[in-house]
Design a protein around this ligand. Sequence first.
Ligand code: ADP
Ligand code: ZN
Length: 291
Amino acid sequence: MMYGALEAGGTKMVCAVGSEDGKIYEQVSIPTLTPDETIPKILDFFKDKNIAALGVASFGPVDPDPASPTFGYITTTPKPGWADYDLVGTLKSELNVPIGFDTDVNGSLLGEVTYGDSKGISDAVYITIGTGVGGGVMTNGRLLHGMLHPELGHMLMRPHHSDTYAGRCPFHKNCLEGMAAGPAIEDRWGAKGTALADRDEVWELEAYYIGQAIVNLILTLSPKKIILGGGVMHQEQLFPLVRKEVETQLNGYLKTPLLADLDSYIVPASLNDDQGIMGCIKLAVDAYKMG
Ligand code: ADP
Ligand code: ZN
């Protein structure tokens, strides 16, 4: 049985066909222009693939509530043409298969706990640090939505005492995304992250914010695993720095076996940046089983 996967991003739409074990057989990447330009290309890719179901993990905010009249919509994006766009409805009317739908970050988290090193973990957080910051949450084996879905990239940060940077989020200035996403690094230090690899102070400050966010997530969600992905986390020297910050900022308040081994608790994404598209396969498998 073949399943379709659509990782709908703000810059590109990755379309793939794969099997339940997570193997990808064919994959294309289509630039995200307007829906009129992009959706026909997506439909064209899937139309002769004989997929049993489709899994869609999308940039957002989105409406992931199946009981809502706007389920499967991209809601408030500034991206031209995509605000209040009925993504699932459009795909469904053309492809006529069950569709599983979630946020891009929940998709990546699902990929990691289904096919990656975190396989089988029931309570986990996935954070991506790239052009923006986003996070997916699983509790008791279920992806968390609640009222909408978590937007943990916008949690407010207490600025480091040495940091004079105001933050660049248009809504909050000094939220996690405003202080620590790739564009914030570039803005603060005057060069892209890739060109700053050997500047220790860059990554120490970056780890301070990521560590602070993780402490907040540990205290609010009590996850059993924290998985970090996205372009910025390709700076592998960040991992030990982040773990150190978490230890320092928790300051001994919690003592659990998992926190005693932070190397195993705070880990990189393990699927070669395929966690998103593989998570879409799992969304499709689950949608197929639900009918
Ligand atoms: P996106 O978030 O757009 O899907 P990425 O996760 O690749 O894509 O994030 C892009 C951002 O991450 C850019 O701001 C870029 O400068 C930064 N970035 C990408 N790769 C690296 C790297 N190896 N080291 C540091 N920063 C990086
Ligand atoms: Zn913000």
